[in-house]
Design a protein around this ligand. Sequence first.
Ligand SMILES: *Cc1c(COP(=O)(O)O)cnc(C)c1O
Length: 399
Amino acid sequence: MIWYPYEQLKTMKTPYKIIDAEGVYLYTEDAKLIDSVSSWWSVIHGYKNPVLNNAIIEQTEKFAHVMLGGLTHDPVQNLSDKLAEWLPGDLDYCFFSDSGSVGVEVSLKMALQYYVNKGDLKRTKVLALTHAYHGDTFKAMEVGDDEDYHFILEAYGEKKDCIHIPTEIPALEEAFRKYHEELNCFIVEPLLQGAGGMRMYDVSFLRRARELCDEYGVLLIFDEVATGFGRTGNRFVADLVLPDILVLGKALTGGYIGHAVTVANHKVFNGFWSDAPEKALMHGPTFMGNALACSVALKSIELFENGNYMERIKHIEEVTKREMGGFSAPGIKEIRIMGGCVCIEVYDSGDIKGYQQFAYERGVFSRPFLNYMYAMVPYVINDEQLLKVLNTMKEWFAK
Ligand SMILES: *Cc1c(COP(=O)(O)O)cnc(C)c1O
């Protein structure tokens, strides 16, 4: 039997069974649904994209996978060259892994070891945000701030190695004043905190964080697993404020194959460059740099670059703002919109219970959680499809 994610299997409702998918649509036996979730925000080009399909087919005919231990190949070399050239600043060193959570683990390991390699053993703490989500593995859970992981707190008590602050500059300054000698890094989901409730904040917070990190010699990590590839209306938030380490995942492969990359700048990389074997980064996922994943990621980036995606995302944002502007209903606390993300937060999670089935019956797949009803649509969506997604959300409150 399948153990489904984030569910109490005893009470969960039967998942919809998908038998085909194309463009923005998912097909079940009896329904055609616009995927307003983009399969956890990853399928930015839609399903069954011929270019992406082809990238995989062509690579499969050579080899699907070889390990990166002692071996290398064109797809992984071309992707790392492309990322080094395409990403801002001197984010040039690409460490590949198989999922966002692992990509985050690698970034946190890099930050800690960067200081240990220098002989600085005091910097064992991480600064992070309240409501942060960085993945489901243990260190990622620790730097995250998700009440759903309450069992960890029960088992281990309060966290000792991670400090959480809200996205407010005074709290940020206070934390740096108090803890700067013990911090190795500050990790954030920049501008948009996804799984913590689609919370949006201002770039001025990140600019101040960059200044403080420079002043106190703390590494800045952007977890752009969710925000990367245009979701906030910026190609990467790293285009606005440059981190020392950038983590990408989800949309990296256009949602085709799980893969992630942790990209370090020269300063971080140089902290590992040495004749001493113990200063090497000790990490190596079996499937890192998988040839199918790298091939499809390269094509996904090509589509993103050549398909006017930033314009598309801007248009999605404009239509969303126009349609949601002035909309309100009893029970709604706030409507937040940024780039290709819209979220309706309600006061009472009971108010959106049943929305998934309501949307299904109207031809939209949605997966609200806690107090948040949201859409993060594939960027290839057309106006009619986008209006259907937004109107379905509005209709729920009008019913
Ligand atoms: C989804 C997500 C992760 C975890 O990625 P997985 O591929 O699910 O392990 C990490 N950070 C952020 C910001 C995410 O949205």
